[in-house]
Design a protein around this ligand. Structure first.
Ligand SMILES: *Cc1c(COP(=O)(O)O)cnc(C)c1O
Length: 235
């Protein structure tokens, strides 16, 4: 059995190799350790190995876990799973980043919640690319609408896009989706020069190297760090 420290080191090394191979600076890629279904003690173990950035996919689970994790350093918490608008205000308090904004309503609620919490919350828009099998996320037209009205929500700052592509055994088959997301980001950054669309959240345990080659700035890695989850987590 490998230890947490070994698994984390392997993932960091794979990130480094993929970034350098793509002529990128490895420090441009943030590792979000997705600890959903794992208890606070397991997260604390990862913290002891130097990991400070974590991802959750459910608001309720995160609300219980975040205060329970013992850490001497400040941790960064990312919401990566689907968010309902009635949980947006709570999410704005709990999280440092939200990856899964998929409606104007959710964006608006997050901005209200962040204002109340006295902060500016960086968020990503979850994108549904044409041809995807999964139907979560925004389609092109709605995406542009939201970007055009970003100024109305000053406490939720749109920083880029997130992709949850259909699962493929062979990561090479996901590459076209990653490339499409980056192309979309480049086009939207040109169309909305007032926004800072510098983040691309894409790539999971089995395909993050390909995602990094295609420009990912955040990879969301669960099983490669924590092992396979005891119960299948939805979302
Ligand atoms: C669980 C989850 C991940 C991590 O998946 P692994 O395959 O375990 O690396 C990434 N993104 C989202 C949205 C998730 O729910």
């Amino acid at each position: 059995m490998e230890t947490m420290a070994e698994r984390l080191r392997q993932v960091q090394e794979r990130i480094r190799t993929a970034a350098l191979g793509a002529h990128r600076d490895p420090s441009e890629v943030r590792l979000v350790a997705v600890c959903k279904t794992y208890p606070a003690e397991t997260v604390a173990e990862a913290v002891a190995c130097g990991q400070t950035c974590f991802g959750e996919n459910k608001v309720q689970e995160a609300a219980a876990k975040i205060p329970a994790v013992q850490s001497a350093v400040r941790l960064e918490w990312h919401l990566v799973g689907h968010l309902q608008s009635n949980k947006a205000q709570r999410s704005a308090e709990l999280f440092d980043w939200v990856h899964s904004v998929d409606s104007l309503k959710v964006l608006s609620r997050l901005s209200e919640g962040a204002a109340r919490a006295g902060k500016v919350l960086p968020v990503l828009l979850q994108v549904d690319l044409a041809g995807e099998a999964t139907k979560a996320g925004l389609e092109a037209e709605e995406l542009e609408e939201i970007l055009a009205s970003a100024g109305q929500f000053p406490h939720a700052e749109i920083r880029g896009f997130m992709l949850l592509p259909p699962f493929r055994e062979d990561p090479e088959e996901v590459r076209p989706y990653f490339r499409q997301l980056r192309g979309l980001r480049d086009r939207m950054a040109a169309r909305f020069p007032g926004l800072r669309l510098d983040q691309l959240s894409m790539g999971m345990s089995h395909d993050f190297e390909v995602a990094i080659q295609e420009g990912a700035t955040m990879v969301r890695v669960g099983t490669a760090i924590f092992g396979s989850r005891p119960v299948p987590a939805s979302g």
